[in-house]
Every structure is written in C-alpha cells, then in structure tokens.
Design a protein around this ligand. Structure first.
Ligand code: NAD
Length: 400
C-alpha cells in the first residue's frame, strides 16, 4: 500500500482530488535488466528498478540499494519516503530511488563498479540533466558513487562521493547524526529526560546504525544492544562503540565482541528507553509491537514499523519518531554536497553537523506543535506537513 493512501493523507487532501491522484502514482517507474559480464564467459542479468515519485519541489533524490530482496514495490515506497523527507525538512529536492535485486554480500567492489557503469549507461540522460541525483543506500557506498561520477564527470550528478573527489566531510556520518540528534531531542521533548544515561538498543550496524550508536555513545547514552544481519550483542553495562567500530572494521560483523549473544528479534524487545531499528523495513509489526519495552522508537531505517504496529504504539503511549524526519540527515548533507559541487565551495564536517541539527530541530518543533494542536501522532503530523509542502509546489507549478 502506498503511504499516500493512509487515512490521514486522504483526509488532509479532501477536495484536492488531483493532488491525491498525483501523489498516489509515481511520476515514472523504470524496470531495467542490468547486463553485467562477470568474466569473459559469464553474463549476469539483474532486475533493477528506478522510480521517480514526485519532482515538483526539485530533482528526484534518492539512494541506490543493492539487496537480494529488492522489489518494484519496495523501491516505490522508498521513493515516496524521499518525497516526504525532502518536503518535511525543506530541502529543495523531490523523491526518487533505485533498487538492484542482487545479494550485495556476494559482490566485490569490481562487480559493484561494473553494475554502476551499466546503470549509468541506461539512465545517463536523467543523471546528466540533473533530473535524478543518486546517493548511497544499503549495499552501496562512496566507492560506487565515485564510479557514477567517473562515468559522467559532473560533480553535482551524484552525492555521497568519497572525500577528495567532491565528497563532503560529514556525509558518511550524516544519517547517524540526524538519527542520534532526533533520539536526544525526542527524549528531551517527549520523555522529558536527558539523553545522558538513557539505555539505547540499535538494530543494524552499517552506515546508519554504527554512526547513530557512535553519536549517542558520545552524548553519554548507554548503548546496551546492537546487531547486524548475523545477530546481536547485549551488554547491560553499555557497549564501547569506538572499540566495536574498530572490531567491525576488521571482522565485518558484531558477533564475537564483548557481550551476550542475542537474536535480532530479541534485540527489539530488550530493556531499553530508546529503540532504534536502523537495518531494514518491516521489522516491527503486529506480532512484536506489544513486546517492545522502549518508550521511544526512532526510525533509523526506512519503514521499519508497520501501520498495525504504529496503532499498537499509539495505544500503548510509545512515541515514534518517523523515518522521514529522523533519518533525513543523509539527504540534508547531500543537499550541501550538491550545492558545494555547483559552487565549488568547501565545508567542514562540523558545519554539516550543525546544519543537520538545526534543520532537524526546526522540522521536529513544527511537527510537535501540529501533533499537539490537532492531537495527531508524530508520524501523522509529519505526513500532514510534508503533504502540504508538496501540494503547494504542485499548485505553484500548475500541475494541479
Ligand atoms: P548498510 O548496508 O550500511 O547497513 C545495513 C545494516 O543492517 C548492516 O549492519 C546489516 O548487517 C544489517 N542488516 C541487514 N539485514 C538485516 C536484518 N534482516 N536484520 C538485522 N540486521 C540486518 O545500510 P545503511 O545505509 O545503514 O541503511 C540502513 C537503513 O537506513 C535502510 O533502511 C536505508 O534505507 C536507511 N537509510 C540509509 C541512509 C544512508 O545515508 N545510508 C539514509 C536514510 C535512510
């Protein structure tokens, strides 16, 4: 189901039928066969999807995901969330996404480079014209973005590039920065508690999860549980995140680090004040939402909580900070990278972090005010604010 099919959006767009029609349908969905030569005898053909959901507010912005479970529906949902994210945070981009259906754990960097080159061959026009600006997502990182840049030589055509070839200091940490800032700000405003000493569980120790844990650890929170695709760790005394990051750099997974082994399912139910799913979607559903002990849930991943789970949380008084606010740091930093590439200016990581914190605080404050005023959940309030922005852009452009 499209996120734009939710009752709150239908009610908000009452009398604006054309806005509803456009938001429910992505502008463009490309279904692609990527043909990649593994060696001089073997041809690999992979399904790929490129979705541009809405570009009324600016170019389609959204990461490239390589994962064995990618589908057209998932890619569309992720593109929709990009439309919401950019609108809620006031970043002048629209929503897009690319999904490539391959097991990224089985690909080396040479293969990923070949995949990126092939993708560029197919959507070159969209990239060169600035209509679509990709970035990293699950299974891709700065190296893959460098491959895209290498095919086009247009610095602003892609973000999340490595430092030294137009990459932005602080981009790597940016999503974790906004997730951790949202957790701390949410703890202060919604739980009326300082983040220092609060117990946090983080699912996923990739780009988003590891930097979220890093910043929260720096703020004095106690990260008691972490996990990755191979399972998790629990340590009631708190995990030393700096040491764990060094360990994962060497050993790839969190398994074997100091702490008790737990499963990914157990991680979601540990004793913690804050739970941060930062791995993949739909991990919290009607099956386990009632067992979550945390009072604050911060969506680090895109779409980790199902609609039924949201309803259970609302009834139980568990506060949820939606993905399209909490994990917007990546796209906020991408905007600075894109702007710097166009102007040739340089920015420090500290400036990037400060811009992310300010942008999240501003959007979060608006969201909380509306939620209070209209007795909405945080997610509903965020949806209403974002949809208003996109509808107004579509009106201004004469689309509706
Ligand atoms: P990543 O590939 O760097 O890391 C993913 C992590 O999740 C890894 O630790 C992996 O082992 C773990 N994982 C994968 N499948 C799992 C499973 N079934 N159970 C538990 N753990 C699992 O990806 P990422 O960039 O950190 O992205 C994570 C989430 O955040 C995704 O939903 C992505 O769309 C979202 N996101 C990423 C960014 C970004 O800038 N990277 C920005 C916004 C949102």
């Amino acid at each position: 189901m499209s996120i734009f099919d939710l009752d709150i959006i239908k009610a908000e767009l009452e009398g604006k039928e054309n806005a509803k029609k456009l938001l429910l349908k992505a502008e463009e969905k490309k279904i692609i066969n990527l043909n990649i030569w593994v060696d001089n005898k073997t041809l690999l053909v992979a399904d790929a999807y490129v979705v541009y959901h809405n570009t009324s507010r600016g170019p389609a912005k959204g990461g490239i995901r390589i994962d064995k479970n990618v589908t057209l529906e998932e890619t569309t949902d992720l593109a929709e969330r990009m439309t919401l994210k950019t609108a809620l945070t006031g970043i002048p981009f629209g929503g897009g996404k690319t999904g490539i259906r391959l097991d990224s754990l089985k690909l080396d960097s040479y293969m990923k480079k070949e995949i990126m080159k092939e993708l560029v061959h197919i959507i070159r026009g969209d990239l060169a014209s600035g209509y679509y600006i990709p970035a990293p997502d699950m299974g891709t990182g700065p190296k893959e973005m460098a491959s895209i840049y290498g095919e086009l030589h247009i610095p602003e055509c892609v973000t999340g590039k490595p430092i030294g070839i137009g990459g932005l200091p602080g981009r790597r940490e940016a999503t974790g920065r906004s997730v951790s800032f949202s957790a701390a700000y949410g703890a202060k405003k919604l739980l009326k508690k300082d983040i220092k000493g609060l117990k946090v569980a983080v699912q996923g120790f990739g780009n988003v999860g590891s930097w979220t844990a890093y910043f929260l650890h720096e703020m004095g929170a106690k990260v008691v549980a972490v996990s990755d695709v191979n399972g998790g760790l629990y340590n009631a005394k708190g995990i030393d995140i700096n040491k764990l990051m060094a360990y994962v750099d060497k050993n790839r997974f969190v398994k074997g680090f100091d702490g008790d082994s737990i499963t990914n399912e157990e991680l979601l139910e540990v004793e913690a004040d804050i739970l941060i799913p930062a791995a993949c979607e739909n991990v919290i559903t009607s099956k386990n939402a009632a067992k979550v002990k945390a009072r604050l849930l911060v969506e680090g991943a895109n779409g980790p909580t199902s609609q039924e789970a949201d309803e259970i949380f609302e009834n139980r008084g568990v506060e949820v900070i939606p993905d399209f606010l909490a994990n917007a740091g990546g796209v906020i930093a991408s905007y600075i990278e894109w702007k710097s590439a166009k102007s040739g200016s340089l920015t420090s990581a500290q400036e990037v972090f400060e811009f992310i914190d300010r942008t999240i605080e501003k959007s979060f404050t608006k969201l909380l005010l509306l939620a209070k005023d209209r007795k909405l959940t945080n997610k509903e309030a965020g949806l209403v604010l974002a949809v208003k922005e996109v509808t107004s852009a579509m009106e201004n452009r004469g689309w509706i």
